[in-house]
Ligand binder design. Structure first.
Ligand SMILES: Cc1ncc(COP(=O)(O)O)c(C=O)c1O
Length: 396
């Protein structure tokens, strides 16, 4: 049985898979089992922030598993405490962390914090959370319902938990808030929804409004966190102080991790929440190294340089291909090009793959770029050359 046959027989059919067999990665470059080379402009959907095969992270992981991989959260875990400190310090907020294993789980934790806050801090119960249309917050039953995309609320998985409602525009959120609402949950730059950043002033206005009312602002930074936008958090870039922030993806550089951090440091008591694997020795030592590498990448100016270099290339490609694209969107190394139609987007992604370039789609018509934050200029050049060739085939 080859890989495709084995996968199809033994793995449940939840992904429209490409059956390339990657066997090795170096920074933003991948190789398959036939030694074909690919430039990775996806980093595993914003995960491999410090690149594939990162030697420093690999060494930390090896050292850690050679001593202790896992105990349980019933004992103190030194790398967990150190990672929490690192994340809090990098954020600049006075918060504390809970560790989970994924973005969805981090958001589940955020929703539990908001619900407990709504139960305990007001005279009468508040539990409703307003989120945005096109938002994406995860695949668990609760986070599916928290996501504002209608197609995610399939009857196949109903009934869903109560208490979520959606508004497409930030300005419409205000009227949606009633005396049972406890929080608003948003991505500052919608990732899956189409790499859509919201205007800074509108976000700041919403943050001020919620603060005045004593309601919570939950910012889902699962995709935007870990320097993806050029700052440690998009919340830093937007100059706001959320009540709850969730992280995952790039913060672990490839190990499964989720983080929920909040300024309500005493909200939980033992028994309120937990996770068997969350925050174990292996993932937190790896994530700590990832944070250190990225902090240095930022402090030396390399991250900003990379962002400008990537952005310049992207803008040039956009200007030269306005017959295919109608808008350039995104921030930092979370970028997109809006394509005129769905069919062309699929062609671009497929042609790019044939040329040896990995790209993503977001929403229906956005060509999405989420390269490793450590991508080199040579890799950026090579990727854009491949993309230009992929586009040329369509244009001809
Ligand atoms: C903004 C956002 N929130 C939550 C999630 C869910 O994360 P996970 O797939 O790790 O559960 C994602 C995943 O794409 C995301 O982009």
């Amino acid at each position: 049985m080859n890989l495709e046959q084995t996968d199809k027989q033994y793995v449940l059919n939840t992904y429209a898979r490409n059956y390339v067999n990657f066997t090795k990665g170096i920074n933003a470059t991948l190789f398959d089992d036939k030694d074909n080379k690919y430039i990775d402009f996806t980093s595993g959907i914003g995960v491999v922030s410090v690149g594939h095969g990162n030697k420093e992270v690999a060494d930390v992981i090896c050292d850690q598993v050679n001593s202790i991989t896992h105990t349980s959260n019933l004992y103190a875990i030194e790398p967990q405490a150190k990672l929490a400190k690192k994340i809090v310090e990098l954020s600049g907020y006075d918060m504390a962390c809970f560790f989970a294993n994924s973005g969805a789980e981090a958001n589940e934790g955020a929703i539990k914090i908001a619900r407990k806050y709504g139960e305990t801090k007001f005279d009468s119960k508040r539990y409703k959370i307003v989120t945005l249309g096109h938002s994406f917050h995860g695949r668990t039953i609760t986070t599916v319902k928290a996501s504002g995309q209608k197609k995610m609320h399939s009857d196949n998985f109903s009934p869903y938990p109560d208490g979520f409602s959606y508004k497409h525009k930030l300005d419409d959120i205000y009227a949606q808030i009633d005396d049972e609402t406890v929080a608003v949950m948003i991505e500052l730059i919608q990732g899956e929804g189409g790499v859509q950043p919201f205007p800074k002033e509108d976000i700041q206005k919403l943050a001020r409004f919620l603060k005045e009312k004593g309601l919570l602002l939950i910012v889902d930074e699962v995709q935007t966190g870990g320097f993806r936008t050029g700052e440690f958090l998009a919340s830093n870039l937007y100059d706001i102080e959320p009540d709850i922030i969730t992280l995952a993806k790039g913060i672990g550089g490839g190990v499964p991790i989720g983080v929920v951090m909040t300024k309500y440091k005493d909200i939980f008591s033992p028994g309120d929440h937990g996770s068997t694997f969350g925050g174990n020795f292996l993932v937190t030592s790896a994530a700590h190294k990832v944070c250190e590498i990225l902090e240095k990448h930022k402090d030396t100016g390399l991250l900003d340089e990379t962002i400008i270099y990537f952005e310049t290339k992207l803008k040039k490609l956009y200007e030269e291909n306005k017959h295919l694209f109608y808008k350039e969107v995104g921030l930092g190394l979370m970028r997109g090009l809006r394509v005129n139609d769905e069919e062309t987007l699929t062609k671009i992604v497929n042609n790019a793959f044939d040329e040896g370039l990995l790209l993503l789609k977001a929403g229906k018509i956005t060509l999405r770029f989420l390269p490793p934050l450590t991508i080199s200029k040579d890799e950026i050049d090579e990727g854009f050359d491949k993309l230009a060739r992929a586009i040329k085939i369509i244009t001809i």
